[in-house]
Design a protein around this ligand. Structure first.
Ligand SMILES: *Cc1c(COP(=O)(O)O)cnc(C)c1O
Length: 361
């Protein structure tokens, strides 16, 4: 079995152990005589799969009883609409921090529904840092502060220390850094994550929310867009994305076996340091993001020459290092090093970076 080193931003690499387990279970899940894909979502077997996945996530994040966990469809992008729809009454506002294009899209969708404000933005500087946030400057009628905790495209993040210090109701897009380092999710009003970065395959979005933030009377929102529907039916109002949830469950079990989020954080910091040190100590590669804002999960860098960047990506592929090209809006390179990417994979990339610099520096 020949596997590449896949640095894709999402959908992204999964632990091989998880794929092998899924492969073992594929045709006949634990003696049920069928695959998870073929099961009724009302069957006892499937209900146990979903319950276990939820319990694993709750325990990994040490969630308190005020927070519910939902498994929804529509991607992280549908949350851009569901959040203002469910958390804001007609005249309420909310404050958005525009730290990248996902936050910008979230603001755009919210602005279609409610009079939301932009509290801070780094757009004028190409999203090259995480904007400073002054909670004191939020509009008086603002009900929540919206942040994108990790900017997948630009390689910036709001560190746990700064996120935990925000003294207001925070809504956080954690699609590309949930479970990558220890954030106090209990301090958040709502956190959500499309699974395909750090949790599993695409098709399911995890939403963690405090029920008491919901402002609408039951029955006044479109049923599928009302969090209450999914809370009341335990994410089984309609057919859930069963197979995606099952794979997420296997990934969550793997994170537990690896030692939980703290162990992931230590490993991710080691991986990120290997890459940032290589970049900072090189005469060829550059990353201009301030140290405290640097992402642990998406490491971006450029050579300064489009031709050399293209050479780098091409040479990487020949060594089995794939999906290392930066997002089309920023160019250069991006190494997405989510939980499932191991240290050996990052070391192989670093070796290649050094070799490429010797040959082209
Ligand atoms: C990928 C990504 C999204 C969009 O996710 P979809 O599930 O494709 O809608 C939103 N926010 C962040 C931070 C992302 O990385």
């Amino acid at each position: 079995m020949e596997r590449v080193l896949n640095f894709s931003a999402g959908p992204s690499t999964l632990p091989v152990e998880v794929l092998e387990k899924a492969s073992d279970d594929m045709v006949n899940y634990r003696g049920s005589g069928m695959s998870v894909m073929e099961m009724s979502h009302r069957s006892a077997e499937y209900e146990a799969i979903q319950e276990d996945a939820k319990a694993s996530l709750r325990s990994l994040l040490s969630l308190d009883d005020d927070h519910d966990v939902l498994f929804l469809q529509g991607g992280a992008s549908l949350q851009f609409t569901m959040i203002p729809m469910n958390l804001l009454s007609k005249d309420d506002s909310a404050s958005y921090v525009i730290s990248g294009s996902w936050a910008k899209k979230a603001h755009k969708e919210a602005a279609l529904l409610r009079p939301v404000e932009i509290l801070a933005s780094s757009e004028d500087d190409g999203f090259s840092y995480f904007p400073k946030i002054s909670v004191d400057e939020m509009a008086k009628d603002s009900k929540y502060l919206y942040v994108c905790a990790n900017n997948t495209i630009y390689g910036t993040r709001l560190s746990p220390e700064r996120m935990n210090a925000l003294d207001t109701t925070v809504v956080a897009d954690m699609s590309s850094n949930i479970l990558s380092e220890v954030y106090d999710v209990n301090k958040l009003g709502l956190a959500f994550a499309g699974a395909q970065k750090n949790l599993g395959p695409s098709g399911v979005t995890v939403v963690i929310l405090k029920k008491d933030l919901l402002v609408n009377e039951k029955g006044t929102l479109p049923t599928m867009l009302d969090y209450r529907t999914h809370i009341e039916k335990d994410s089984k109002f309609n057919t859930p994305p069963c197979y995606s949830i099952y794979i997420c469950g296997l990934v969550l079990d793997w994170v537990k076996r690896m030692g939980g989020v703290e162990a992931m954080e230590a490993r991710n910091k080691e991986k990120a340091k290997l890459l940032y040190d290589t970049i900072d100590n090189s005469g060829l590669y550059k990353n201009v993001i301030p140290e405290e804002d640097r992402s642990l999960t998406n490491v971006v860098f450029v050579t300064g020459s489009k031709e050399l960047d293209a050479e780098f990506v091409k040479g990487a592929k020949e060594k089995g290092i794939v999906n290392i090209k930066g997002h089309r809006s920023v160019g250069g390179m991006r190494a997405s090093i989510y939980n499932a990417m191991d240290i050996e994979g990052v070391e192989a990339l670093v070796d290649y970076m050094k070799e490429f610099e010797r040959n082209n520096g």
